[in-house]
Design a protein around this ligand. Structure first.
Ligand code: IVH
Length: 676
């Protein structure tokens, strides 16, 4: 008898421990024990329950998965309707919303309304019902009055407690919130889908919906879903606090997840500030949001305001500009890039998405064209998030017109007619014409003159296209042979601009080794790699003489880049180009290479804000010359942040991570000290 009691105790102790660790891991994002330790506790509990099946309860952490598949979902009618939200799209809409509140509540101007602000998560609205602290039902919103019973599925989601923690919760408590799939989990899920040859999900919202609509809870369990709570429904046999944010914080004490970005602000001005701040960080968040929800924080005021039809008067969703839109593909064309890559591009009917008008979208390669199954004439969903280039997400099959044809890679280059070849295992097809192909010549020249390469001012894309088309320039060295007369006769060029351009071509002859290497356009050798090569080897002959192994001694140069570099210098044609440039007068100073480690080797710096004494490019160059890596964003790996006036989120992050921060003067002092 006594051993039975101790087993019961042991089981309940293990359950409590596991629940606590689960909460730390999935709700707070702050695990306190290693995964292996969690697994050990879990298996211990599982073994005990197997020996004593009579002691298994529904809220045991072992019981999340394992239920049998359903044949259909049953219906749930919501005792309290699950409402929707009105939308605002502008500051004016927000002001009008606030004015309606003032009118209805008969407030005067010096009274201020307090709002709770929350990201509007892009997932699926669900209701969880807890009775005596135990999760007894999970349901979708459905049409607001009737939803589907998805209890077995929600039980598999680790951030949803099967039993509430702590005490003081109402006897019946309905918690509402959004089930969503974080971006990272979504990407991984789609990666696996592709590996298995399955169709990927269009976006995290569809993936969440699809994952919850599974009759077999084991499938739901395998999907990276989370739930974030944003309101309550039924509250019986207990009391909740009197403000929205206090209620949510109360839910958090019972082990439910709430949004860490939630804030309280004053007035619609405060709302707009919050909106702007989050809009800027939207793409950094771990999950997709499509706007901000503002709610009158005082429950008493909420009750006075009530609701109209399906939406409360006390809340509004201020939507971000859509990141996805639908448009039609006018044509699919093939572009030839600098390295000869023949890339399919969708020409689109212009569409406003993610804040800009988009009329082209790269389709990357034929694998992508096949994956999407896109054809000329199709209606497609275009996505543009943040600064990311616009993408074709999917084809709206139902809207495909008659008579469309699958896209085929042309057998010959659309520009020079040379054969297009696709090397096995490579996704990219290439024009075999090399620099005999006008498209490749144009792209090579555009790269050569670009700012981070030879920095030839006044030689824009249109002019290069025209110079190549008129056969005035075939290779970079020929730029140095251009005459004033030739340039002045080009379209939109005059006497003055021709003189100016000749001056900048002349000026570009004195260059730094790193820029010259970058200008050569070796595959995969970007600005940073070019600098590494220059600093590590010191001279062009030294780089040319290095084999793959020697190249990989330089930091951040891997086997693939090394191969490209060696192969570049093996091609007679490339050596001739370099010779011709040197004969034309291009020159640089070699760099003294010492065997000693550089003082900032292995250190990562981030520059932010305005630098007033030195240009940002100069600061970057000097730091790199001392061995430092200069990165664009602050992370745990950052060693130092140089912050000038106007520094914002990067500085804030550095402070949070307690990374040393220098102002510009301190950086200059450091550079001087290390260079002396
Ligand atoms: S409150 C009465 N808060 O947006 C209040 N909804 O357009 C009803 N949503 O169906 C919802 N994040 O699925 C609220 N922080 C948030 C939300 C949120 C996402 C969704 C929810 C709702 C839809 C309304």
């Amino acid at each position: 008898m006594s051993s039975e009691l101790s087993i019961t105790q042991l089981i309940s102790q293990l359950r409590e421990q596991l629940q606590q660790h689960n909460y730390q891991y999935y709700v707070l994002d702050n695990p306190t024990i290693p995964d292996a330790e969690y697994d050990r506790l879990f298996h211990q509990l599982k073994a005990l329950e197997q020996e004593h099946p009579e002691l298994i309860t529904g809220d045991s952490p072992t019981q999340r998965v394992g239920a049998q598949p359903l044949s259909a979902f049953s219906q749930v009618s919501h005792e309290m309707p699950m409402l929707s939200l009105d939308n605002a799209f502008s500051t004016e809409d927000m002001q009008a919303f606030e004015k309606r509140l003032y009118d209805r509540l008969k407030l005067v101007d010096d009274q201020v309304i307090e709002y709770a602000c929350e990201p509007k998560l892009d997932g699926i609205a669900v209701s969880l019902l807890y009775e005596d602290g135990v999760l007894v039902r999970g349901a979708t919103r459905g049409d607001g009055s009737t939803g589907e019973n998805i209890t077995l599925n929600v039980r598999t989601i680790p951030s949803i407690p099967l039993r509430l923690m702590g005490d003081g919760y109402p006897v019946r408590l309905e918690v509402r919130g959004e089930i969503y799939m974080p971006k990272q989990g979504f990407a991984k899920l789609n990666q696996i889908a592709e590996q298995h040859g399955d169709k990927p999900f269009v976006n995290p919202r569809n993936a969440s919906a699809g994952s919850l609509r599974q009759l077999d809870p084991k499938i739901t369990a395998s999907r990276p879903l989370e739930m974030c709570c944003y309101s309550v429904g039924i509250v019986e046999g207990g009391e909740l606090p009197h403000s929205h944010t206090d209620i949510l914080h109360k839910l958090a004490t019972w082990g439910l997840k709430i949004n860490a970005e939630m804030a309280v602000v004053k007035g619609s001005t405060g709302c707009m500030e919050y909106y702007a701040e989050l809009a800027e960080r939207r793409n950094e968040l771990a999950y997709e949001i499509d706007g901000i929800v503002f709610k009158v924080n005082d429950i008493g005021l909420q009750q006075r305001l009530g609701f109209v039809s399906r939406a409360p008067r006390w809340a509004i969703a201020h939507k971000f500009p859509a990141q996805e839109e639908i448009t039609r593909v006018r044509a699919i064309e093939f572009q030839v890039g600098r390295t000869g890559a023949v890339t399919p591009v969708a020409r689109l009917e212009p569409v406003f998405v993610g804040g800009v008008t988009v009329s082209n979208a790269t389709l990357h390669n034929m694998d992508e064209v096949e994956r999407l199954g896109v054809r000329s004439g199709d209606s497609v969903i275009i996505r543009r998030a943040g600064d990311v280039i616009p993408q074709v997400v999917s084809v709206v099959q139902e809207r495909r017109p008659e008579g469309t044809e699958p896209v085929q890679m042309p057998a010959t280059c659309p520009v020079c007619d040379s054969e297009v070849v696709r090397i096995e295992d490579e996704a990219v097809a290439r024009c075999s014409g090399g620099l005999s192909c006008a498209a490749q010549r144009k792209e090579a020249l555009k790269h050569y003159v670009s700012r981070k390469a030879m920095d030839i001012d006044g030689l824009g894309e249109k002019l290069i296209d025209a110079l190549v088309e008129r056969e005035l320039v075939h290779s970079p060295a020929e730029l140095y042979r251009l005459h004033h007369r030739q340039l002045a006769s080009m379209e939109r060029m005059g006497d003055k601009s021709a003189t100016k351009l000749l001056n900048s071509i002349e000026k570009s002859k004195a260059i730094e080794l790193a820029n010259f290497i970058y200008a050569l356009g070796i595959r995969e050798v970007g600005e940073a790699t070019a600098r590494t090569l220059a600093l590590h080897f010191g001279s062009l002959p030294a780089i040319r003489a290095a084999d793959e192994e020697a190249l990989q001694q330089a930091s951040d140069i891997g086997p693939i880049v090394a191969k490209y570099i060696v192969s570049f210098f093996h091609q007679q044609h490339n050596l001739e180009v370099i010779e011709a440039l040197i004969s034309a007068g291009v020159h640089w100073q070699d760099i003294e290479v010492s065997d000693q480690a550089l003082p900032l080797d292995g250190k990562t710096y981030v520059l932010t804000g305005t630098l007033e004494l030195m240009s940002r490019a100069e600061a970057k160059k000097q730091l790199q010359a001392l061995g430092a890596k200069v990165a664009g964003s602050v992370s745990k790996k950052t060693d130092c942040v140089v912050a000038g006036p106007g520094a914002g989120s990067k500085l804030q992050k550095a402070e949070e991570l307690e990374i040393p921060i220098l102002d510009e003067a301190a950086m200059i002092a450091l550079l001087e000290q290390l260079n002396s």
